[in-house]
Ligand binder design. Sequence first.
Ligand SMILES: NC(=O)c1ccc[n+]([C@@H]2O[C@H](COP(=O)([O-])OP(=O)(O)OC[C@H]3O[C@@H](n4cnc5c(N)ncnc54)[C@H](OP(=O)(O)O)[C@@H]3O)[C@@H](O)[C@H]2O)c1
Ligand SMILES: *[C@@H]1O[C@H](CO)[C@@H](O)[C@H](O)[C@H]1NC(C)=O
Ligand SMILES: *[C@@H]1O[C@H](CO)[C@@H](O)[C@H](O)[C@H]1NC(C)=O
Length: 293
Amino acid sequence: MSLLQKILISLVGMVLAFYFYSGKEEFKPEMLKGKRVIVTGASTGIGEQIAYHLARMGSHLLITARTEAQLQQVVAQCLELGAASARYINGSMEDMKFAQAVVKKAEELWGSLDMLILNHIGKSYFNYFDWDIRHVQKLMDINFLSYVTMTISALPMLKNSGGSIVVVSSMAGKIGFPFTVTYSATKFALHGFFSSLRQEFVMQNTNVSITLCILGLINTESAMKAVSGRFTSPPAPKEECALEIIKGGALRQREVYYRYMDTKIFTVLRDWAPEFIDYLIRKNYNMDNLKQD
Ligand SMILES: NC(=O)c1ccc[n+]([C@@H]2O[C@H](COP(=O)([O-])OP(=O)(O)OC[C@H]3O[C@@H](n4cnc5c(N)ncnc54)[C@H](OP(=O)(O)O)[C@@H]3O)[C@@H](O)[C@H]2O)c1
Ligand SMILES: *[C@@H]1O[C@H](CO)[C@@H](O)[C@H](O)[C@H]1NC(C)=O
Ligand SMILES: *[C@@H]1O[C@H](CO)[C@@H](O)[C@H](O)[C@H]1NC(C)=O
């Protein structure tokens, strides 16, 4: 089959998929009213925007990150926007005891939990792999192991409420991208863990949904700083991105692609034309601006 045929067939498939899914339940902001939600990495970026949307929808919020001053500001803003309640707990997700403590705090506050939004990431670098195994280990702890730890801790409450787990991931969790080798490894790990777990939940009649969010480039401060001048595709807005993540979780979708056309096409064609997709991805990088740091 020629490449053109493959592309045409996948396009037809996507159109059909779109019509199929658009016939399903519609999102309403009231779905989140009074729901008890944990959002990690909510001091900045996409997590902060998720908190603001949920506040407007009238959710109970527990947000977390390391920087206390920033969290205090986000909590104040959430209360102003209409959150049913808003609290924070600060600490580092390098520490699994802290990951457990966050869930414990929700249990103390609410005795229940409806949605666990796992979004935080540790700081990494945007450059050729530097062969530092300690960084790999540390980033695995923050980006992967803490997600697993929180899921284990939260599962009894989520089972009780028929709740949802939302995992914020990336195109880099589906396809190999250059300059994010370690980050990409942590995201692939999340996809393996949560996709397998979803299968077992179905087999065991565990009524907890798992939504994996496959994001393209988003205009958060940290991402813009990391890729500045080195990545030629335009970013998508963090506010809309945050809303799509919440919608996907509320509708219990297995995956969210944002922006859809920027991300879905690549992942659909990935296994059919891997060399071509790799080539397209490499074309997006401006090597001249890659610092030798
Ligand atoms: N922006 C993009 O282009 C993009 C693309 C694809 C996927 N994503 C995904 O979207 C999610 C959010 O990204 P973002 O761009 O919004 O990131 P961001 O703005 O850098 O926010 C990261 C959050 O994690 C917290 N954090 C950092 N280190 C931590 C640690 N050791 N322990 C606990 N919390 C820590 C940060 O707060 P403190 O520093 O105060 O701890 C902050 O709240 C991530 O999962 C990312 O992989 C983003
Ligand atoms: C939590 O915030 C306090 C006050 O800003 C700070 O001293 C402490 O280091 C923070 N904890 C972590 C683990 O970052
Ligand atoms: C699973 O949980 C959802 C949301 O809480 C609920 O709407 C649905 O009825 C539950 N399904 C079953 C089979 O209990």
